[in-house]
Design a protein. Structure first.
Length: 254
């Protein structure tokens, strides 16, 4: 095989692998179960958390979603928004350490919410809205471990915690950051609108069906995909340049 063909083949391989890697990373990022907004002020009151669940299977639909709420730093006053086609079952747990509030001492809190009855098909996602009365003020983040069950019996466990300063695990649990009140002022007021506005730009009203096309939601994933294609084109252009340059040298030598 001539040096020029070898150069072309190597450049094409590198370009293809780079583009594929970027596209795969974009797809993996979108497939995660996430909570929106990403942060709230410590001790925030009267807000909304939105759990976004995309379907990552090509041949099965998501039929059950279980979100586990922490009880060591409990979320108080939890209320579930009705979602069209889905039935929510709420489980409460007695707290080891009761929480004192202005309205009295709280001894029980929601520890699990399970949604069943609906279907999230390939290329779609579902938003599940949960209102709260008060967030804890004695921790920097809340981890919501989640189980996602599919119609083929497969269960994806979004329960892994990301170590500080470490790489994101393969199946990360949704995490809500809790920030100092001074740096997160207005987060409680803007949290619901932030979650609703993400995606196509049309705010989703509580109670509406929010199963939507995944292709219209994740602009970041699309951007990464385009970047990968650009890298591929640049690789092929470099290979073509190498061929032209090689031919020029051959002609000059003759």
């Amino acid at each position: 095989m001539s040096p020029m063909r070898t150069t072309l083949r190597r450049a094409s391989t590198v370009a293809a692998l780079t583009a594929a890697g970027v596209l795969a990373a974009a797809g993996a990022a979108f497939a995660h179960v996430t909570v929106h907004p990403e942060s709230y002020a410590k001790g925030a009151t009267d807000g909304v958390l939105t759990f976004r669940v995309p379907n990552e299977e090509d041949t099965a639909a998501t039929t059950k979603v279980q979100v586990f709420l922490p009880t060591d730093h409990p979320v108080l006053g939890v209320l579930v928004t009705p979602e069209a086609g889905w039935t929510a079952q709420v489980t409460t747990t007695k707290l080891k350490t009761p929480v004192k509030t202005d309205d009295g001492t709280i001894t029980d809190a929601v520890s699990e919410i399970t949604w069943t009855g609906g279907r999230i098909r390939h290329g779609q996602y579902q938003d599940f809205h949960v209102a709260f009365g008060q967030l804890p003020d004695d921790t920097d983040q809340l981890t919501f471990k989640t189980l996602q069950s599919y119609s083929d019996g497969n269960v994806v466990r979004w329960i892994e915690e990301t170590p500080k300063g470490g790489d994101e695990p393969e199946s990360p649990a949704p995490v809500l950051r809790l920030t100092a009140k001074a740096t997160a002022e207005g987060a409680a007021e803007g949290g619901a609108s932030t979650a609703a506005a993400s995606g196509s730009g049309t705010a989703a009203k509580p109670g509406e069906a929010t199963t939507k096309s995944a292709s219209s939601d994740d602009s970041t994933a699309r951007g990464l995909g385009i970047a990968g294609l650009v890298v591929g084109v640049l690789g092929l252009a470099a290979a073509a340049f190498a061929i032209v340059r090689g031919r020029g040298r051959t002609s000059a030598s003759e």
